[in-house]
Write a protein that binds this ligand. Structure first.
Ligand code: FAD
Ligand code: MLT
Ligand code: ZN
Length: 516
């Protein structure tokens, strides 16, 4: 139960401070509901032609059944395959007739060797929570799922290094390391379903990047299987190792196009003992930026997250998910999380800071939580936005990096451009990382609306030298726009690497790299 220990009224504004400490976030499991309404990707994109790959035969299936003995490891039942063929956001649907569930690195190696020899295209799949159509087949690629590769191998308590298989669910790993006073260096709304291998393959950012940095820094070791079945061992797990190229980095963010990640060693920081979350209302986006500037200055080392939502985004939670807002309505909301080791110190620092922000008029209203359930309630308002948007019907999802000064101009411009043709235009995201989530919804997919958004939005982002994908990757949906964010020379190097590691192009075709 929330325990209000202080209630400050500053200039007639309520600022509640609740008490408690250790926080353990819940993990929401996402389910794919009916997928029949989702148009086949091959139908929605008729110009895209299937590559010259072989088709799965009965003798292939028999061979895979020998490699993967036991129940539920070679799936061919169309109704069971439906959920694996369709992505979480229900934008893409493939028509794979075969799903394989390896348990070990050797299983993955044996599967890929056959696929490579037989010229069968494959798509690696973790929790299938990817948002750019990268995790599902476009045509009939064989799905290789890490669902059964879920073993925690070791935890070195002294260094904080966790070693595990790629199919471990992020939330389960966080619960596991919490027993040792450690935390996973990344956190995201899909933690109840996404696999650590999928996180690495997408170089997922999420809610803690501001504090712990990107996975390129937190991953100490990695094992991957190349398309020809060769196992690449980069599991050394040393903090410092400058012996040649850092090969493991190639797989982080490669979206399953170079090989299948099978294991990882991850550096887990100490779990913060004191966590506070403030939810504040402000009058404009420039006030969001003012608050950000002041937050960095005043909260410095205890700041662990800085997120924002516009008023339309909050409505997604209150209207579609029937959640309640802890404060009154405002044009913008800011979520600030502090994490530290001394609750009295952190609470005092945060309270003083908020008093100052309120008296200076930069913050209009706010609530502060240090109690687990209240913290979770506030975080839910932010973390469940993606889920809430799906209740509108179809969601056009964009995830861009922009200079903070132009961050919200994109939302305002698009709102004007789309007018009443759409249900909702929202802006929210990891403002602390310069990462805007811009989303539009309509009752169902509308090609006219799509034509108004793309390529306009990518041109807009390129004009300000932003990135067309800050954290979700390019997958199937954004790969053709890569040149809006990457130079010709950089893409040429990427294509050369792909050619060396996957000369037959069987690994997740039609994803990440653009067509020639
Ligand atoms: P999948 O969706 O199964 O796959 C994603 C990509 O990785 C595909 O290209 C797939 O082929 C490849 N892949 C998967 N496993 C492997 C493997 N073992 N080896 C090689 N390639 C592999 N993303 C963020 O960055 N930040 C967020 O804050 C965030 N929040 C989200 C919130 C919600 C509610 C949802 C639904 C998604 C969110 N995402 C976020 C996107 C998504 O969760 C991440 O991209 C996540 O890292 C994907 O993990 P997954 O296991 O579900 O991978
Ligand atoms: C988030 O930060 O909530 C995720 O990246 C998902 C989304 O973009 O909606
Ligand atoms: Zn995000």
């Amino acid at each position: 139960m929330d325990k209000v220990i202080r209630s400050l009224i500053i200039k007639g504004i309520r600022l509640n401070v609740t008490n408690n400490k250790a926080v353990k976030y819940g993990c929401k499991k996402f389910h794919t509901s009916s997928t029949h309404a989702v148009e086949l990707t091959s139908v929605r994109y008729p110009k895209l032609k299937r590559g010259n790959y072989s088709r799965v035969t009965d003798s292939d299936i028999a061979l895979f059944e020998r490699i993967l003995p036991g129940a539920e490891r070679v799936i061919t039942d169309p109704s069971e395959l439906d959920g694996y063929n369709t992505d979480w956001i229900k934008n893409c649907r493939g028509a794979s007739q075969l799903l394989l569930k390896p348990k070990t690195t050797e299983d993955v190696s044996a599967i890929l060797k056959i696929c490579n020899e037989r010229n069968l295209a494959v798509v690696p799949q973790g929790g299938n929570t990817g948002l750019v159509g990268g995790s599902v087949p476009v045509f009939d690629e064989v799905i290789i799922s890490t669902l059964q590769m879920n073993e925690i191998i070791s935890l070195d308590e002294l260094s904080g290094t966790l070693t595990c298989q790629a199919g471990c669910i992020l939330g389960n790993l966080d619960n596991y390391v919490s027993e040792y006073n450690l935390t996973m260096p990344l956190d995201l709304g899909a933690k109840g379903s996404c696999h650590i291998g999928g996180n690495l393959a997408t170089n997922a950012g999420g809610l803690r990047l501001l504090r712990y940095g990107s996975l390129h820094g937190s991953v100490l070791g990695l094992e991957a299987v190349l398309p020809d079945g060769e196992i690449v061992d980069c599991m050394s797990s040393l903090r410092k190792d400058n012996t040649g190229y850092d090969v493991k980095q190639l797989f982080i963010g490669s979206e399953g196009t170079l090989g299948i990640i099978t294991k990882a060693a991850i550096l887990c920081p100490q779990r913060p003992q004191a966590v506070n979350v403030a939810f504040l209302g402000v009058d404009s986006f420039s006030s969001v930026l003012e608050v950000f500037k002041e937050t960095k200055k005043n909260l410095a080392e205890i700041l662990s997250a800085f997120e924002f939502l516009d008023t339309e985004t909050l409505r997604v939670g209150t209207d579609n998910l029937k959640m309640s807002s802890p404060i009154s309505n405002h044009p913008f909301y800011v979520l600030i999380e502090t994490s530290g080791s001394n609750s009295a110190h952190d609470e005092e620092k945060l309270t003083q800071f908020l008093e100052y922000m309120m008296t200076s008029g930069k913050v209009l209203d706010g609530t502060v939580a240090a109690e687990t359930s209240k913290i979770q309630h506030i975080w839910n308002l932010r973390e469940r936005v993606a889920e809430g948007l799906m209740h509108d019907g179809y969601c056009y999802k964009y995830d861009v990096s922009l200079p903070l000064l132009h961050f919200y101009d994109l939302v305002e411009d698009m709102r004007e451009r789309l007018g009443d043709k759409v249900t909702r235009v929202v802006g929210y995201g990891h403002v602390g990382d310069g990462n805007l989530h811009f989303n539009v919804t309509t009752p169902e997919y509308d090609s006219e609306v799509m034509g108004l958004i793309e390529p306009y939005i990518y041109d807009w982002v390129a004009k300000y030298k932003g990135s067309i994908s800050a954290e979700h990757g390019l997958g199937f949906k954004k790969r053709q726009f890569i040149y809006h964010s990457k130079s010709r020379s950089a893409v040429k190097v990427m294509k050369n690497i792909k050619q060396i590691l996957d000369p037959k192009g069987i690994m997740n075709p039609y994803k990440t790299l653009p067509d020639d």
